[in-house]
Design a protein around this ligand. Structure first.
Ligand SMILES: [Zn+2]
Length: 487
């Protein structure tokens, strides 16, 4: 048995934010936060982070203080964990010192600190359902996201147009560091950002609280300004990779439907795990006559990807600028590729992803087209109607790379489909009915879970194929070659 105050003080000291002499001060801060002076009856068996958080949360919920504060539990817990977090200045100093030893050491320590103070929601992330899906393109990863709700593309588009709240302007603004939070804005008291210089601009580096993969990092501009995909952005992405050579770094596209959930604030995502697309083979080499220092090829991947490789960032930026310019104005009616609408609206952009392999920079340029038609009102190169029962959200950077982030609703829905396939009398959701019937008909009777996982994985392959501008059939391959020829 251990006094809760002792456990809390222990964690605060362990975080590096305080020392033993701060013990009385910390205990009084805890009394203030919990709203009661006598904490002597609150004891715990184990002094780990979650036991401490959960025990104290129960106290503040039951003694009425949380209601008196008018805070959500999330806000209160973040405020509690602020005491388990060094000040931004201290963390930045420590990061710089570690970085001198190695970039990896610096990111590892910062990542650990972001987990130890419950900023990264390790417990919630562990709830996600994750499995590998072997495919013709290599292993993909399928995850059902049970830690955070997904947004609808229409909501994302509406949010882009909606008037901004006064403060902070968005969830990616630097001003979130230490922000208390409110009902419609996450609690960020325990949030810290590492500062760095990026081609003369002030940028921040933080982790995603609801990580989709290992060390899911976010790099953000200090200025709240919209996402742009141009050669300057590609240059920045490559410079971030050179700063963090053990991380991949990519950007969502800058147009709705084919972009990410936050288009209003310039940012990149990256991390310590190479996602499936990085292992895809080059199935056809390309010669870029104007850029002899750059090797290039088309990836064997459901989406249309050109991989560039060079030791020179400048050459890669020049080559990608050229490809981007050509793509921006490239239409091919035969395969429904459309650069501009009649009213001049731009439809073409790129999802760029960079990494360093054996000292060589690799830059994957994923061609995107966001135009809509009467037949495909959600987007010609967006998951089509018949796969939307599995995924209707935007195919952003992470999915492009072969990591499916599927909506939480699927957890229960797939259980029902499973029961249906096994012949039980259940009511399958209308939008799954056709699929469930097909699955039931083809089911061999063995390994129902593996059977369903494969079926979901195949849907995800289809989702990516829908998002691919040049299809993988003979007609699509020829169309891709026509595009390559004009480069
Ligand atoms: Zn912002």
């Amino acid at each position: 048995m251990m006094a809760i105050t002792e456990a809390f003080v222990g964690l605060a000291i362990q975080s590096g934010a305080y020392q033993a002499l701060d013990g009385l001060y910390l205990t009084n801060q805890l009394r203030r936060l919990v709203g009661q002076d006598d904490l002597s009856t609150v004891t715990i068996e184990t002094s780990d982070l979650y036991t401490v958080i959960d025990t104290l949360t129960r106290v503040v919920e039951s003694n009425g203080h949380l209601a008196k504060l008018g805070w959500t539990t999330e806000i209160w817990q973040a405020a509690l964990c602020d005491y388990l977090t060094p000040l931004p200045s201290a963390l930045n100093r420590q990061f710089a010192e570690n970085y001198q030893l190695s970039p990896e050491r610096a990111t590892t320590a910062f990542y650990q600190s972001s987990c130890d103070n419950d900023y990264i929601k390790v417990r919630q992330i562990a709830k996600n359902i994750v499995f590998k899906h072997p495919s013709q393109y290599g292993d993909m990863t399928i995850s059902i996201n049970l830690s955070k709700p997904e947004k609808d593309p229409k909501e994302i588009a509406a949010a882009k147009l909606a008037p901004q709240a006064d403060f902070p302007k968005c969830q990616l603004c630097m001003e979130n560091e230490g922000y208390l939070g409110r009902l419609n804005h996450p609690a960020r008291t325990n949030h810290r950002i590492i500062r760095f210089d990026l081609v003369g601009e002030n940028w921040g580096f933080q982790y995603s609280p609801y990580a989709y993969y290992r060390e899911h990092a976010i790099f953000l501009n200090e200025v709240h300004q919209p996402m742009v995909i141009d050669s300057a952005t590609i240059d920045k992405i490559l410079r971030v990779v050179s700063k963090f050579p053990h991380y991949f770094v990519g950007s969502n596209a800058d147009l709705s439907i084919v972009g990410g959930s936050i288009l209003a604030h310039e940012h990149f995502q990256g991390g310590g795990e190479q996602l499936p697309m990085s292992f895809a083979e080059i199935e056809k080499k390309i010669v870029l006559l104007k850029f002899p220092a750059v090797q290039a090829g088309i990836l064997k991947w459901p989406m249309s990807v050109i991989r560039l490789m060079s030791t020179s960032i400048e050459e890669l930026v020049a080559a990608s600028e050229h490809i981007l310019q050509v793509w921006d104005n490239y239409s091919d009616e035969a395969v429904d590729v459309l650069a501009h609408s009649r009213d001049g609206e731009r439809h073409h952009t790129i999802t760029p992803i960079a990494r360093r392999r054996d000292g060589v920079y690799e830059l994957d340029l994923v061609l995107r087209d966001n135009h809509t038609t009467a037949a495909y009102p959600d987007g010609v190169f967006h998951p089509h109607q018949d796969v939307q029962h599995i995924k209707k959200e935007n195919i952003g950077l992470i999915e492009v790379m072969g990591l499916a982030i599927l909506p939480a609703r699927l957890k229960d829905e797939l259980e029902v489909v499973k029961a249906y396939v096994l012949g039980q009398a259940v009511k399958v959701a209308d939008y799954h009915q056709r699929w469930a019937d097909e699955l039931k008909q083809d089911f061999s009777g063995a390994d129902i879970d593996g059977y369903l996982n494969t079926a979901v994985g195949q849907k995800f392959e289809r989702v990516l194929e829908d998002a691919g501008v040049f299809k993988r059939d003979a007609e699509g391959r020829l169309a891709f070659e026509r595009f390559i020829e004009v480069l």
